[in-house]
Design a protein around this ligand. Sequence first.
Ligand code: AMP
Ligand code: GLY
Length: 433
Amino acid sequence: MADEVRLGWAAVHVLVIGSGAREHALLLALRRDPQVDGLSVAPGNAGTAAVADQYDVDVTSGEAVTALARRIGADLVVIGPEVPLVLGVADAVRAAGIACFGPTKDAARIEGSKSFAKDVMTAAGVRTAASEIVDNPAHLDAALDRFGPASGDSAWVVKDDGLAAGKGVVVTADRDTARAHAAGLLEAGHPVLLESFLDGPEVSLFCVVDGETVVPLLPAQDFKRVGDGDTGPNTGGMGAYTPLSWLPDEVTRRIVDEIVKPVAAELVKRGSAFSGLLYAGLAITSRGPAVIEFNCRFGDPETQAVLALLESPLGQLLRAAATGELAGHPPLRWRDGSAVTVVVAAENYPGRPRVGDVIHGADRDGVLHAGTARRDDGALVSSGGRVLSVVGTGADLAAARAAAYATLESIRLPGSHFRTDIGQAAAEGKISL
Ligand code: AMP
Ligand code: GLY
């Protein structure tokens, strides 16, 4: 209760924008906050409908989101996905005088434009992969020769220079595969970003940011590849765990002080101050942490694990950032132990997923919904690629894994798949720096 006394008490109605398991996790954490007395979500999914009042809205329209927030009397709008942020929905909500958790269109370029992000990082003196943009197919082969094994790296990293839901990246030691991906992007009119390969375990560090004030959450690790043992294509994320026993606190402090704070300060200096969740995706290389990417929002599926351990009231934290009071917010409190998220994906994901299958066993604690819908007859059916996020917590990572995988055994979705090794290497002490 100490937090509430220090901030003063005020009931808040929160509107969450989005429809994934990340938003389901945000809603559940917001519901635990005694100051949150109203919860709404748009557009939501079959699982969030049980937690919040649900509205259908075009989340890419600032006008529509603002009109909904006004109509339902929301005091705080929390925007989950990157697309509305990159399109300026937070600007529209703020312009209507409603507090909003999420950066302006200008600041969201840190995720929306990889070249903007590179520019900011260079100016801030932050370590990231060397990169080059190719927009002319005639220059592709020469550029490929400056990266990948040809340059001493173990792989080529070929990216779409825009938003691609985590699926626009190919990391490969095979030149033909790298070339084919780049050529495909160029043919579709998308500039290609070639990067040097950053070697080392990956870390997702979420920071609540308001201007130059930076409050880190627990570091997490995401599993991007679709298959066990990090095989197969990249996805939006197949699982995550937190905290990272193998990452010394000192390294987390360095990430905050030497990477996130300088980037936040650089954005302020450019007149694009960031307010919301700044997500640093890093590789811990032999030369220290280096940035793979910044995102302008909570990550999915890491959020489902991180928020499972948050004890501080989430609504008050997000509102403090949205109203410029983050610097006065009390230190965050966390539950001891670990949390693990395992994503249940539909058949064929990350390709075009099979949808419309009936799901059994998903309406229970620890199961967060993403691509789910309610059929007219009341049956729960799949409606997207990542269908569910199963969250387990426990005294340590092994216990949290056991809890998540035990819950998974009771879920039935024809054709679905999940990774069986989320957090396994860390639980077995096999990750070292
Ligand atoms: P991104 O969409 O930029 O997050 O990339 C998706 C995934 O590709 C990352 O989480 C990494 O696993 C991998 N990746 C991207 N860029 C690099 C890089 N420069 N070096 C090594 N791996 C990378
Ligand atoms: N976990 C990866 C992402 O949210 O982009």
